[in-house]
Every structure is written in structure tokens, then in C-alpha cells.
Design a protein around this ligand. Structure first.
Ligand code: CP
Length: 302
């Protein structure tokens, strides 16, 4: 039985296969319409979500399966003190596969140790978000035709942004990736990510300046400042509008730039950018459903 807790649980070959399956689903969804007939997905969301939960649920329905679960932990027995381990042991007797989001880093890994069915990490605190990374990789490959030899800018909250940590880990395995890490000093990537890049002798720079680095980028991965991970509101208010991507700034970028954002967006991309063909974030959100369909098929071996 396989779980997906960290994107590095998958080899690059397995990621390629998942992206190929997602492309195939996009081309011919009817061929997958009964792949999960008789199977159930449980979505256990201890933290809010729109895209991840609903795309998982849509994915399972489009594979011919069923969905159970909760979107608000207050309505589950965790509010009475039940442990994550006990919850998954029980839910594993009702469902064939579980997608779990939790505010505590490591909770899906703890769940996987006790689970009798595959666990998918749908985001754990400020740590990891591997299915967002599969979504991001599918989007980059569909937009650029490759996953190597790219200058990839990450901008915003690189400290708490779990999607950033997962995507940097994933891209660190491809040839010729150059990382440009743009953030306020207080929101730089954690040391363990910098150590990974240093150990692998990968090219990266850290800067506070988006304008001067934007012209070099092939991909710009914008992120929201993660209000829910701050210890005091004053710091959040001071940092939240550090970077706002506008049509004026887009004029500095390559015509071939692809702008990604895991969403939700707050203020960091002006809505006027949405009509720019280089804005990929709504296509990216749509891709999430297809790659999650591919992942469910892989983990259920159907
Ligand atoms: N990108 C993402 O994880 O969005 P949600 O929080 O809406 O699931």
C-alpha cells in the first residue's frame, strides 16, 4: 500500500507517469469514467479549503466513485478529543482512500502509520502540499512543454507557504533549474530548504526585489502571505502587501513568462493581470482535478 505524504515519496518517473495519465484524462475523460466504480474517497479536512477538497471530490465522482467526509473538524469527533490515528483507523473501514488536510505539520504522516488504506496529504500546516505540487508540475509541463532548464521565481511568503516548500523539493530533482527566491527578510524559505539546494549545488538567489529579477524568470510562482500562520497580527499587516503583481510590473517580464499561484489570492496579484495570457493560475486550479484523478487511480491500483 502506498501513501502520498511528501512529494519526494514519488520518483521523477512516477511523477512523469502521473502527469501523462492526467494529460490522457484531459484528452479522453470518458475512458476513466468508471475506473473507481464501487470505491469511496474520504476527505478529512481539519483546515479550510476550496480547491483541494472540491477537486478531490470532483475527481472521485468523475472516476465513478463516491465521497464521504467532513470539511469542518468542529463537526467531527476530533472536537471531542479523538486522535488523528483513531479517526483514520475508523474511517479506513468506511472508505478505500483518505485525503487529509491538517493544521499540524506531520499529522498525515502519523495518520499513515496507523491507516489500513492509502493516505494523501492534502496540506499539513506550513510544511508540505504534495498534490498542489503535482498540480503545479502538470501546469508547468503543459504551459512550457518541459520541467527542466527553467528559471523559476517564487515570490511572497516563502517561510509559511507549504506549496513553495513542496515545489522547490520537487524541482530540485530536475536538470538546469535556477531558483529566484523573492521575499521580505522575515519570510524567507526555511533553512532546511536552503540546505537542500546547497547540498545539491543548485543555483539559487535570495532577494527582496521583484522588479529587478522578474525579467529573468520563465515561471513566477506568486504566493499569499499566510495570515493563519502568524503569531501576531501586527507583523501580518506590515508584510501582507509586500508584493503586488500589476500590469505595469508584467511589462518587465518575458512574453513567455507563466504566472502561477496556488490560490486563494488575496491582494498579491491585481485582478487586471487575470486577462494577461501569461496568467496561468485559473488553468492551474483546473489541472488540479485531473492530476488528483490520476493519483487516486495510482494509489488504488485501478
Ligand atoms: N491551493 C490550495 O490548497 O487551495 P485551497 O486551500 O482552497 O484548497
Amino acid at each position: 500500500m502506498r501513501h502520498l505524504i511528501d512529494i519526494l515519496d514519488l520518483t521523477c518517473e512516477e511523477i512523469d507517469e502521473l502527469l501523462d495519465t492526467a494529460d490522457s484524462i484531459i484528452e479522453n475523460p470518458a475512458a476513466y469514467a468508471t475506473r473507481c466504480a464501487g470505491k469511496k474517497l474520504a476527505t478529512l479536512f481539519f483546515e479550510p479549503s476550496t480547491r483541494t477538497r472540491l477537486s478531490f471530490e470532483a475527481a472521485m465522482y468523475e472516476l465513478g466513485g463516491h465521497v464521504i467526509g467532513f470539511s469542518d473538524a468542529a463537526n467531527s469527533s476530533s472536537s471531542k478529543g479523538e486522535s488523528v490515528s483513531d479517526t483514520v483507523r475508523v474511517v479506513g473501514s468506511y472508505a478505500d482512500i483518505i485525503a487529509m488536510r491538517h493544521f499540524k505539520e506531520g499529522a498525515p504522516m502519523v495518520a499513515a502509520m496507523k491507516s489500513t488504506v492509502p493516505i494523501i496529504n492534502a496540506g499539513d500546516g506550513g510544511h508540505n502540499h504534495p498534490t498542489q505540487t503535482l498540480t503545479d508540475l502538470l501546469t508547468i509541463r503543459r504551459e512550457k512543454g518541459r520541467l527542466d532548464n527553467l528559471t523559476v521565481g517564487f515570490c511572497g511568503d516563502l517561510k509559511f507557504g507549504r506549496t513553495v516548500h513542496s515545489l522547490i523539493s520537487a524541482l530540485s530533482r530536475y536538470e538546469g533549474i535556477r531558483f529566484v527566491l523573492v521575499s521580505p527578510k522575515e519570510l524567507q524559505v526555511p533553512d532546511y530548504i536552503k540546505d537542500l539546494l546547497t547540498e545539491k549545488e543548485l543555483s539559487f538567489i535570495e532577494t527582496t526585489d521583484l522588479e529587478s529579477t522578474l525579467p529573468e524568470m520563465d515561471i513566477l510562482y506568486m504566493t499569499r502571505v499566510q495570515k493563519e500562520r502568524f503569531f501576531n497580527e501586527e507583523d501580518y499587516l506590515r508584510l501582507r502587501d509586500s508584493y503586488i503583481l500589476t500590469p505595469e510590473k508584467m511589462r518587465l517580464a518575458k512574453q513567455t513568462l507563466s504566472v502561477l499561484h496556488p490560490l486563494p489570492r488575496v491582494n498579491e496579484i491585481s485582478v487586471e493581470v487575470d486577462d494577461d495570457p501569461r496568467a496561468c493560475y485559473f488553468r492551474q486550479a483546473k489541472n488540479g482535478k485531473f492530476v488528483r484523478m490520476a493519483l487516486i487511480c495510482k494509489l488504488l491500483e485501478v
